[in-house]
Design a protein around this ligand. Sequence first.
Ligand code: F0G
Length: 460
Amino acid sequence: MKTIIEPFRVKSVEPIRFTTIGERTRIIREASYNPFLIRAEDVLIDLLTDSGTSAMSSAQWAAMMQGDESYAGSSSFFRFEASVKRITGMPQVIPTHQGRAAERILFSILGGKGKSVLSNTLFDTTRANIEWSGAEGLDLICEEGKDPALVAPFKGNISITALDERIRELGAPRIPVCILTVTNNSGGGQPVSMANIRQASSVCRSHGIPLFIDACRFAENAYFIKLREEGYQDRPMLEIVREMFSYADGCTMSAKKDAFANIGGFLALRDEALSLECRNLLIMTEGFPTYGGLAGRDLEAVAVGLGEALDEDYLKYRIRSIEYVGERLIAAGVPIVRPTGGHAVYLDAKAFLPGIPPDQYPGVALCSELYIRGGIRAVEIGSLMFGKYDSSGKLVSPPMELVRLAMPRRVYTQSHMDYVTETILETFDHRDTIRGFRIGHEEAVLRHFTARLIPVQELK
Ligand code: F0G
């Protein structure tokens, strides 16, 4: 088989800045070892997120010139709406400035004290919006999804048994919605199978509970279904995507991922009464329902991007480029979440740094080492992001300590990926020298964005 090449050529370039190890050691110290606090110009390869970091296509840039900036009824909105309907089949389309705005609106209405939202795994902003409303969020990931090293095709699946049990235990009236994150970002970018979406939908429907999809990476998920699930190999992408959404009552979407937009999102629903409530909240904080916090040109970029996400040559390259990094790491014995997911390579920091306990944040330690050695910016998805304190103040850690290297779409080439792999391998060779961290400062909500960390050896 020949190399699967980037399915584009480069029309415009953006220089990246090289720094020395000495400079990066100082920079990360000044950023209190929190990658979110490093300036982007000090990063060589930025794998902090695949969100809003895509390279737009010439078609998207061209469409932006057609942006209709009218306050009400802009033609850009109708193109946006048509594109969202084509993908989701949902009649009610509400634009928002990004995914979390859709989440805030939805959970302000459906959430509240005493309620429980069930999910395969909630993303951090989704969980935060649920908890902010007074409700609780419960992750019910399938057993395979809890073991990073296990190779299984759909590790993003929700446990249908757990879903059923929780509904019976809590009672349907306490559960306003169940939400499936596709692909499952916090659990390794792993896909959810069509069968699982169908089963979750049928369980929810039998109890009168609406099923929503957190659709940020719907196209990557659909491509995994095409590759791995019996009966989908010959189906066109649009059909697969439409089937996924057919089992849902609504979706939240961050268009900063699979729609290749630098900003944007939406809420799409079937229920008209709920959509009216959502639009009322939208007007208060986001904007009029035909722009929802976006410029007309942003709506255009999303409208075009949603279609591009279904291009199979693109998806093949996308999934392959991540698998390519994964293969080399696995061959060298580096512990990663297997198989590689849709948008990122996830290092298993617990297995990479077995000497660093969760309360010394092995993921943070690994991120800072990757930055110092290679100027690579990654993000911790572990005890810093999801840790909670019990009543005695002891840290309660999530099941996995991961470091995510998220690949911006259409931005980096194979040689960038080779460099990333080499840096990880070098870090792995020197893993015995890496030390843990303590928290110096933290906020009560979404602490990982602003936390300041201190290396443990400086505390002695
Ligand atoms: N849901 C999932 C699964 C996400 O990955 C994100 C964002 C959101 C919702 C919120 O969307 O950022 O547009 O408000 N994930 C980014 C990331 C930030 O880095 O994974 P948003």
